[in-house]
Design a protein around this ligand. Structure first.
Ligand SMILES: [Cu+2]
Length: 183
């Protein structure tokens, strides 16, 4: 009899937790029609699910981003309108020479293995460390910019979802990475 009561309580508890969180999880999974980042994605600095920062980030297809000598981007979360042109300007505000502290912005397709991509990129020094062998994983990228330099690119993210961007300069992707949410 005691066992039955415990089971019943557990069932009630389960039911309560389901109804409590059901609203959010349903919203998250239907909004992007199955094009959410795959669960095989490596965890990144930005947790994409249920992150209040995403809610409060305004949609803006004009992105201005800076990068510094401490291997940091000025911002790591952007939200854009899918299917429309995005203009992005990357400026290196550092002072260190390009061959020791160059930066780029490389936007990756959903499901790309960032670690694999970045290590493959090491073989492509003359192509700004963006690996030609994995070009299908790249939505867009800027060239490497040195101190005081800027690069401007435009691109379209066709589908709603979460997209990683990184700097492919050797050793940088660990701290120089962020997300673009397309909605
Ligand atoms: Cu960098």
């Amino acid at each position: 009899m005691k066992y039955v009561v415990i089971t019943l309580l557990a069932a009630v508890g389960l039911l309560a937790s389901c109804t409590g969180s059901g609203d959010k999880s349903t919203r998250g999974s239907t909004a992007d029609t199955g094009r959410l980042a795959k669960s095989t994605d490596k965890p990144t600095a930005i947790a994409t699910q249920n992150n209040p920062a995403i809610e409060s980030t305004p949609v803006n297809n004009q992105i201005e981003l800076t990068a510094n000598d401490r291997m940091q981007y000025s911002d790591t979360l952007f939200k854009v309108k899918a299917g429309q042109q995005v203009s992005l300007k990357l400026t290196n505000i550092g002072k260190m020479p390009k061959n020791s502290m160059g930066h780029n912005f490389t936007l990756l397709r959903t499901g790309t293995d960032i670690t694999k991509f970045a290590s493959e990129g090491l073989k492509y020094r003359d192509q700004d460390y963006v690996p030609a062998a994995m070009k299908d994983s790249v939505i867009a990228h800027t060239p490497l910019v040195g101190p005081g330099e800027s690069a401007r690119i435009s691109f379209v993210i066709k589908y709603k979802g979460y997209y990683d961007f990184i700097c492919t300069f050797p050793g940088h992707y660990g701290s120089m990475r962020g997300k673009i949410v397309a909605e």
